[in-house]
Design a protein around this ligand. Structure first.
Ligand SMILES: [Zn+2]
Length: 50
């Protein structure tokens, strides 16, 4: 099950998946978090972005 890296909510269909700019790990993020430019942090390498 995918969860949003920012909000930890379970993701169903309103999310985006991309690779971490730091380490290439797949990151899933809700569109809501992206729209609001909430900060996220990669669990693997600690890269932080918004
Ligand atoms: Zn990373």
């Amino acid at each position: 099950m995918k969860t949003c890296i920012t909000t930890n909510k379970v993701l169903t269909d309103d999310f985006v998946e991309f690779k971490c700019p730091g380490c290439g790990e797949r990151i899933a993020r809700s569109l809501d978090a992206r729209r609001r430019s909430l900060e996220y942090k990669c669990k693997s390498c600690g890269f932080a972005g918004a």
